[in-house]
Design a protein around this ligand. Structure first.
Ligand code: PGA
Length: 252
C-alpha cells in the first residue's frame, strides 16, 4: 500500500533563525499532525545537518533535501552527494523539480542518474513531473507527463521504483494560486499509476505514493486528497506556515 505523505518544499526561503522557528513551531504541533501521514520537510541544504540533530527526538518529522548530484564524492564543487545526505540521516530528496529543470537545465538523463544514485543510498527520490500551461492547452499533456516518467524512471528495476515517490506538479499551478481541480489531478495520477502497473506490475504501482503539488493549501487539500490515486501533497508556499502545513496533513 502506498503511504500518505505531506512533504514541505521550503525552496530557497528563510534565514537560519526563521527556519529554526518554523521547525520549532512544527515540533510543537506534533499531537495535531495526522499520525497516519508521513510528514517530510525539505529545508535549504545548509540547515539539514543541524535539523537532523534536532529531529533525533522527533522522528515523526522526516527530512528531505531539495537536490543531490549522482556521484558519491569527488571534484564536483558545490554539489551534494546522496552518500553525504544519507550520512546525516536524510530520508528523501526532491528530483527534477520544475524550477531545477527550467533554471538549471536538468534533463531526463541527469534525473535518471540522480534517482538511481539516491535509491542506491537508500534515500527516496521524490520525482517531480508536470506540464507547462502551453502543453496543457495543446492537449498532449498526458503523453508529456508519461514521457517524463518513462524517460527518467523506467530504467529502474521494479524493486527500485517501488522506493520512489512521484509528485505531479503542473507548472501552471506552482506558486500561482491556481490549483489543478481534483479531476484534473486525479486524471494524471490515475494515468501514472496505470503506466507503472503496465510496466512494473500492479503490486509495484500500488506501492508508489503519488503526490499532487501546485498551490495545494488547507482550503483545497481535502478535495484533492480524497481522490483515489492522490496519496498526499508536495507543498511549497503553504509549508512555510506551520498551522497550514498541519491542516493539510489532516486533509486525508
Ligand atoms: P506551491 O509550490 O505549493 O507554492 O505552489 C509547490 C512546489 O513547487 O513544490
Amino acid at each position: 500500500m502506498s503511504k500518505q505523505i505531506v512533504a514541505g518544499n521550503w525552496k530557497m526561503n528563510l534565514d537560519l533563525n526563521e527556519a529554526n522557528q518554523l521547525l520549532q513551531d512544527l515540533i510543537k504541533l506534533e499531537k495535531k499532525f495526522n499520525s497516519n501521514a508521513e510528514v517530510v520537510i525539505c529545508p535549504s541544504a545548509p540547515y539539514l545537518s543541524a535539523f537532523a540533530e534536532q529531529l533525533k527526538d522527533h522522528s515523526w518529522i522526516k527530512l528531505g533535501a531539495q537536490n543531490a548530484y549522482f556521484v558519491d564524492s569527488g571534484a564536483y564543487t558545490g554539489e551534494i552527494s546522496p552518500l553525504q545526505l544519507k550520512s546525516i540521516g536524510i530520508d528523501y530528496c526532491l528530483v527534477g523539480h520544475s524550477e531545477r529543470r527550467d533554471n538549471f537545465d536538468e534533463n531526463y538523463e541527469m534525473l535518471a542518474k540522480k534517482s538511481k544514485a539516491l535509491i542506491n543510498h537508500d534515500v527516496a527520490p521524490i520525482f517531480c513531473c508536470g506540464e507547462q500551461l502551453q502543453v496543457r492547452n495543446s492537449n498532449v499533456y498526458r503523453e508529456f507527463v508519461m514521457k517524463q516518467i518513462e524517460d527518467s524512471l523506467f530504467s529502474l528495476s521494479a524493486e527500485e521504483i517501488a522506493k520512489c515517490v512521484i509528485a505531479y506538479e503542473p507548472i501552471w499551478a506552482i506558486g500561482t494560486g491556481k490549483t489543478a481541480t481534483a479531476d484534473q489531478a486525479q486524471e494524471i495520477h490515475n494515468l501514472i499509476r496505470a503506466r507503472l502497473s503496465s510496466q512494473f506490475g500492479e503490486n509495484v504501482a500500488k506501492e508508489v505514493s503519488i503526490l499532487y503539488g501546485g498551490s495545494c493549501k488547507p482550503e483545497n487539500a481535502q478535495e484533492l486528497f480524497s481522490q483515489a490515486d492522490i496519496d498526499g501533497g508536495l507543498i511549497g508556499g503553504a509549508s512555510l506556515k506551520a498551522d497550514d502545513f498541519c491542516a493539510i496533513s489532516n486533509s486525508f
